[in-house]
Design a protein around this ligand. Sequence first.
Ligand code: TRP
Length: 352
Amino acid sequence: MTTVSTSTPGTSADTRTTSTAAPAVHRVLTGDRPTGPLHLGHYFGTLQNRVRLQRQGVEMFVVVADYQVITDRDLADRLAEHSENLVLDYLAAGLDPDRATIFAHSAVPALNQLLLPFLSLVSVAELSRNPTVKDEIAHSDQAAVNGLMFTYPVHQAADILFCKADLVPVGQDQLPHLEVARTIARRFHERYPHADGTAVFPKPQALLSDAPLLLGTDGRKMSKSRGNAVPLGATEDETARLIRGARTDHDRRIGYDPVNRPEVSSLVLLAALCQDRTPEAVADELGDGGAAALKRTVIESVNEFLRPLRTRRAELAADRAHLRQVLRDGAERANVVADATLAEVRAVMGSV
Ligand code: TRP
């Protein structure tokens, strides 16, 4: 799997630009499930990267993956509200709807139609081997696994390929899905090349942020569904309460040692990311201060870092109609692109 790496402040002293040579020639697609508020893990894992790419002039599509919500739950609960709130978090984090196309995939029929030919290009055995899907099934509390769960990586390939994205900023857990999209692009080309031999779809690459995984307050992966995350839109008091409740250990010496002291190290890392310093520098400064001092530092750093974002978020939250309009405009632009791609697919397949 080819990956392109970006560096993140606080994790290394070197440059912060992506290693992609000519950003303007790239088309990026990424997205999230509208299941709840975005949190610090999303911010440092991917949102920050997206804003950086946008600033570099990269053409960006951001999908509100509403059909993906019903992979591991029976009902897409409060879907419209969650979708609008996702847009709210995006805009507060700095995505600009004039430059990025933000849309819900259920509003783009031609995107969804790509699922049918794509499904014919993967085997059932391949679908059931997907490690991320297996992990999600293990964590789901549904009585039975539904068919969309097994096939959603193929649907996600449609998200990526409908706009011929060549770069996909994602976290580590999404790499198996990227591999599915690359396989589909390759097999589609083998089966249905253009008459001149060119491919309909590019092979998308993952753009991995090198921000190490932030742990949640319980020491497990920070996740919307586990209730262990600090939401971007939380108040300063809620933030303080959440961080005060985080797991640590009994060693008063604060250090950065993710392997042996994951909980303490994750808090140190969080402070470092917010302060744009290295985790080692943050740990050294805290010295023998113990967990209480560490948490005070983290609370202050997070609240200070998020203050401008939260101010913007509060302003934007007052205008729900604007959030809906962003999704409508995005869907309009995405539909033009998806219709053109589907027409091309139908042509090479001989459907017209
Ligand atoms: N599966 C992703 C997640 O759970 C969300 C997503 C949907 C996505 N479609 C995508 C990510 C396309 C990258 C590209 O976070």
